[in-house]
Design a protein around this ligand. Sequence first.
Ligand code: NAG
Ligand code: NAG
Ligand code: NAG
Ligand code: NAG
Ligand code: NAG
Ligand code: NAG
Ligand code: NAG
Ligand code: NAG
Ligand code: NAG
Ligand code: NAG
Ligand code: NAG
Ligand code: NAG
Length: 762
Amino acid sequence: MSRLDSLLHYDTIYCGPEKMHYKALSVLASTIVAGALAASPSVKSKGNLRFVDPRIGTDGETVSEYGGMIPSTAPPFAMTRWTAMTRENNVSTCPYRYSDTKIHGFLGTHQPAIWMGESGQVSVAPGVGEIKSAFEDRGMPFSHDNEVITPYYYKVSMDADKSSIEAETTATSRVGYLRFTFKGKSQPYVLVQGTRETIEGDITVSPETQEIYGRNPERQDRILGPSKAEHFNGYFVARFDQKFTGWGTATNATVHANKTSMTSTGLAAYAQFAKGTKQVAVRVGVSYISIDQARQNIENEIPDGTTFENTSSTIQDAWAEKLDRVQIEGATEEQSTVLYTGMFHSLQYPNEKFEVNATGSYYYSGYDDTVHQGNMSYTGYSNWDIFRAQWAFLIMFAPERVPGFITSMLNTYQQSGRLPLWENIVETNIMITTWSSSMIAEALRKGLDDFDHDLAWKAVYKDAMVPPVDDLTTTYADREEGVGLEARAGLTLYKQNGWVPGNQTSEAGSRTVEYSWADYTVAVVANFTGHEDKAAYFEQRAQNYHYIFNNETTFMEARYKNGSWDSSNTTWTEGTNWIYTFNVPHDFSGLISLFNSTSAFEDKLDEYFQDGHNDQTNEPSHATPYAYLYTKNPSKTSDVLRDLLKTNYNATQTGLGGNEDCGQMSAWAFFNYIGFYPVNPASGEYMIGTPHFDKVTLDLPDRTHKLTILAPDAPSKPYIKTMKVDSHALAKPIITHEQLMNSTRFTFQMSSTPGDWAKNTL
Ligand SMILES: *[C@@H]1O[C@H](CO)[C@@H](O)[C@H](O)[C@H]1NC(C)=O
Ligand SMILES: *[C@@H]1O[C@H](CO)[C@@H](O)[C@H](O)[C@H]1NC(C)=O
Ligand SMILES: *[C@@H]1O[C@H](CO)[C@@H](O)[C@H](O)[C@H]1NC(C)=O
Ligand SMILES: *[C@@H]1O[C@H](CO)[C@@H](O)[C@H](O)[C@H]1NC(C)=O
Ligand SMILES: *[C@@H]1O[C@H](CO)[C@@H](O)[C@H](O)[C@H]1NC(C)=O
Ligand SMILES: *[C@@H]1O[C@H](CO)[C@@H](O)[C@H](O)[C@H]1NC(C)=O
Ligand SMILES: *[C@@H]1O[C@H](CO)[C@@H](O)[C@H](O)[C@H]1NC(C)=O
Ligand SMILES: *[C@@H]1O[C@H](CO)[C@@H](O)[C@H](O)[C@H]1NC(C)=O
Ligand SMILES: *[C@@H]1O[C@H](CO)[C@@H](O)[C@H](O)[C@H]1NC(C)=O
Ligand SMILES: *[C@@H]1O[C@H](CO)[C@@H](O)[C@H](O)[C@H]1NC(C)=O
Ligand SMILES: *[C@@H]1O[C@H](CO)[C@@H](O)[C@H](O)[C@H]1NC(C)=O
Ligand SMILES: *[C@@H]1O[C@H](CO)[C@@H](O)[C@H](O)[C@H]1NC(C)=O
């Protein structure tokens, strides 16, 4: 997902990113010892973590149209991630932007992506001397030269009162561990901000237990979606390792010395420490259930006596366990940096929502506003984005979580009546189409099927068959307020006519194209859950895109209810008629038949790519390069993919052209670097693109042996001559998930000139 013009506000004080200078190294990745963290020689990360550079995607030309990533510390799929704050985050604004110059504190964030809102956050800001509680007042200048940034440990030095404060962070899923070192002589303090200026919450300072704790009900997406989660709160307990010598609360810029408890807007509390105190450490437990549970989360994850180094090292191991499953030979340092940083991005969402206490696991559900038992609970589901390739990536690298991710979606169905579209604590109705069906279909097809099949079918079937409330009187515009759960808006007439009529439901062209693709995925779920009798009906509907293909213009075009063409441009979801004309990866051969000749189709694709209609910065373009595999010149797939990887990804802070979208942008790069991509994920197949490296070894969790992908000279030879799966030569550029999981070797013969490979895909 991408831009939202109504919210776009350009940053007028933008002064341009200061480009990082990467040495143009083209040595083999395996020979590199120094990692990408050029600015931090003091930290040597383990294994492939040394390539991870969380600066990637933290800046861009506007304040919103870039990767939207933050240099967060947390384990994979963490409930809360911690980041330095260079600005206040909001819908369309991230808390850290690389070109900013001051740090205003450290944030425990639940904002899953730049276009989504923050929820129940807490922040911690160190200072010296007079207490500065207002966000602007507490900014301290810093230099990137003094930053160490890894997924498990962050360090920075900030200027304060003619001296400096060094801050370090690490974090477990529900607890941040922060350590501040005060270099000067002024009296140190640490401020905990509970709520922002307009939000009312509670806070308490407890000198006896050395704690500051409270509650923040802020949820910036509150206006979206019908589930209001009225009792949603981010609870927090900050426990310090030093005695308080002074304390108080603050509201906005006003300090209330000695006050220990308050309910107010703009609320913070602080603890002062004895003059001469050199170091203060604080563990901040966060919960959606209660203050007691936030405290319990500290006991569970970073109990008293745990050293900062111990936590940091444990979290490093958690990342290394994932990233070291991929070994590469023949990549440039920049490619390795992009790929492993992408893995770091793609292993963050969906994120944990359950919490553990002495009697079991529990989670707060905003759909019915109550606490439930269970540990299969996640949030941060950007399904329109992630069903494309990030989900396939999770199936490969986090199979242990996938049934839990799906059970969590099924819980949502039981509590709200629908599977999630874009769930951020609760459903926001952002983006279109019930893509959970593709994710469930893909998991079933790939054997990760340890969830309730009957319930899954019921939920998928309902989303595909039962229109949302007021379907004929509501347009379900993007971010429309005061409407029901969107599911498949326009479904009533889609079922009757075969297309969603323009002038009736928003984004009608995109809905028709996507609903037909999604119908294919529903047929897969039917087949795998004992409802084979229903598959044919959905396979038929999967052809509905035919209705909106205009033979005269050879474009997809929305139609009005009476059948006439609607050529307005408002019919597309973050895209154009060009982009959506090719957005039927479940049936490229059917699309070609609408052009009446493969050469006419190829000409259209040429025009699409050559005239700049493809938009890699957003998802609907992601499968289109593979359409060339069905033409007489399949080598054009290699040309396009190599170019897209070169021009849209690099190892600088602006190195992600489009919003990361919970890992989809990087999962795309991952697959395309190693040579295949889940073009139509619910098919369980991958199409072959162009391997970029001489050798890749995958040690996937669910495999008993490693898979080696050999493509000698791939860095300089873009075209495939032959490909073998073990000893079996592939006739078509397609591999199955079974082949990925059960063979030991993919062998590519590469060439610098196009040959006969993949000429009979159709
Ligand atoms: C956050 O964004 C909303 C919607 O654009 C706006 O009303 C609000 O003022 C913003 N808040 C801050 C702190 O920027
Ligand atoms: C804090 O500032 C905001 C915005 O100016 C204001 O609405 C709010 O009432 C203030 N809170 C207090 C307690 O002064
Ligand atoms: C706060 O308490 C301290 C210690 O009792 C006292 O010295 C100080 O004057 C108090 N400050 C205010 C503003 O009441
Ligand atoms: C952290 O401390 C625990 C408890 O003392 C210990 O079992 C564990 O091995 C330590 N982990 C690391 C990575 O040092
Ligand atoms: C959920 O609980 C089960 C049973 O105790 C356990 O095996 C599993 O690892 C837990 N899952 C997570 C993600 O913690
Ligand atoms: C679109 O809707 C408006 C308002 O309902 C109506 O006046 C107009 O005739 C419709 N146009 C078409 C082509 O259906
Ligand atoms: C469903 O199963 C039938 C019978 O095996 C098969 O012909 C059909 O292709 C399957 N549909 C999908 C979408 O997998
Ligand atoms: C393809 O052929 C059919 C049947 O002759 C015709 O109706 C249609 O307009 C043609 N399509 C295109 C894109 O030329
Ligand atoms: C739709 O967009 C295209 C180019 O993107 C433009 O040429 C055309 O005039 C637009 N149509 C309308 C009805 O605005
Ligand atoms: C377009 O052509 C196809 C045959 O290729 C035909 O079946 C279909 O009815 C035509 N569609 C329209 C809208 O004319
Ligand atoms: C990195 O990629 C971004 C986004 O595509 C682009 O704007 C920027 O110019 C690139 N920088 C370099 C050094 O290639
Ligand atoms: C791999 O092969 C084994 C044995 O033939 C089979 O049981 C298993 O389902 C296969 N795995 C996948 C993912 O296809």
